[in-house]
Design a protein around this ligand. Structure first.
Ligand code: KG4
Ligand code: ZN
Length: 332
């Protein structure tokens, strides 16, 4: 079965064709990230305007060599985290295509879809699995007993890990997006130079908190004692350490067979390294290209969670938890 996936939740315009949830046949991603470098972050209105411009060319390019007869279903990001204006571009395009091509349409919650990047890289994960979802807007630990059987067992009480990278970069004076620029600068620094806290590391749950870390970073930056590289390396070490320790603790508690990582921050090399070193079960981390927003995991999610809805019942729902209730029948 070939599914055409569409993803426009943030600043990417992405389309992909995936076969049986595991094989990428075609994919195109257009990003408006360059535009946001100028403003130091995303201005939602600007992102959505670019997506309107990119949507049809990206779709056409993805469909090169295919016709609508090759496609059995359409999947679209209809649940968050996402920006409403951006999400609407994808959702309305998917509805129009489904109507014209007479194909079923599967609304996909973006948060859970990220996890499926782990099905697109050869090996197939085993259940039960513990998923660490680390994105710009979300940091969650999800226990996955099977496709469609998810339970959030921990999450952030305040900022997300990606948001912390982004805010830290701004404080240090590094360019947007913060994660990649901190990683680059960290290569030149000493991760043990600046003492930063590990909030909630000893708590008896699987929750995270990053706001105290952000305050500590601001304090250290204002002292003007340390180089950018040393602060960046210490920030990266603190975030990777917190994420890894909580994930391993949950993996041991729930006796899972695999740990899966998903979301943009999964691209972080120190996080990848620490988690692999410290885990006693196999760790799945998607290739960097599949960690950040793209449509392959949207199509894969839809294949493994095939619940089409009538197109007039599908809305763009930016709030991830509300969208899970509607699209993944999910209770937290
Ligand atoms: O999943 P994603 O592409 O978008 C959301 O759905 O949120 O994640 C974006 C986040 C940004 O905060 C970005 O700074 C972070 O992922 N990120 C990284 C790296 N690459 C992207 N964080 C740390 N290290 C990286 N190499
Ligand atoms: Zn994402």
């Amino acid at each position: 079965m070939k599914v055409l996936g569409i993803e426009t939740s943030c600043d990417e315009t992405a389309v992909a064709i995936v076969e049986n949830g595991i094989k990428i046949l075609s994919q195109v991603v257009a990003s408006s990230a360059d535009l946001h470098i100028e403003t130091g972050g995303i201005i939602p209105e600007n992102a959505a305007r670019k997506q309107v411009e990119f949507m049809i060319p990206v779709l056409q390019k993805t469909m090169e060599g295919f016709t609508s007869d090759d496609i059995q279903a359409i999947a679209v990001t209809a649940g968050g985290p996402g920006l409403i204006g951006s999400m609407l571009v994808g959702v309305e395009t998917a509805k129009a295509l489904a109507l014209v091509w007479k194909k079923p349409i599967v609304p996909v919650p973006h948060l859970l879809a990220h996890v499926y990047a782990n099905w697109l890289n050869g090996d197939i994960p085993k259940f039960p699995a513990l998923v660490l979802t680390v994105a710009g807007g979300h940091t969650d630990l999800i226990l996955m007993k099977d496709h469609g059987k998810f339970e959030i067992v921990g999450g952030t009480r305040d900022d997300a890990a990606g948001e912390t990278f982004d805010k830290a970069a701004r404080l240090i004076g590094l360019p947007y997006p913060g994660g990649p620029s901190i990683q680059k600068e960290a290569d030149l620094g000493d991760p043990n130079k600046v003492k930063l806290p590990r909030p909630m590391i000893g708590s008896h749950d699987f929750d995270f908190s990053f706001s105290g870390l952000k305050t500590a970073i601001a304090r250290e930056v204002s002292k003007k004692e340390f180089s950018k590289a040393d602060i960046a390396a210490s920030v990266q070490e603190a975030i990777a350490d917190i994420l890894t320790r909580k994930t391993i603790k949950a993996a041991e508690h729930f006796k899972v067979k695999n740990i899966l990582v998903a979301g943009g921050v999964a691209a972080n090399s120190r996080l990848r390294e620490l988690l692999t070193q410290r885990s006693s079960v196999p760790v799945f981390i998607p290739p960097i290209k599949l960690c950040t927003d793209n449509a392959t995991f949207i199509a894969s999610y839809a294949y493994f969670n095939f619940h089409p809805m009538k197109f007039d019942k599908i809305d763009a729902i930016p709030d991830p938890i509300i969208s899970l209730e509607k699209y993944a029948n999910f209770k937290n």
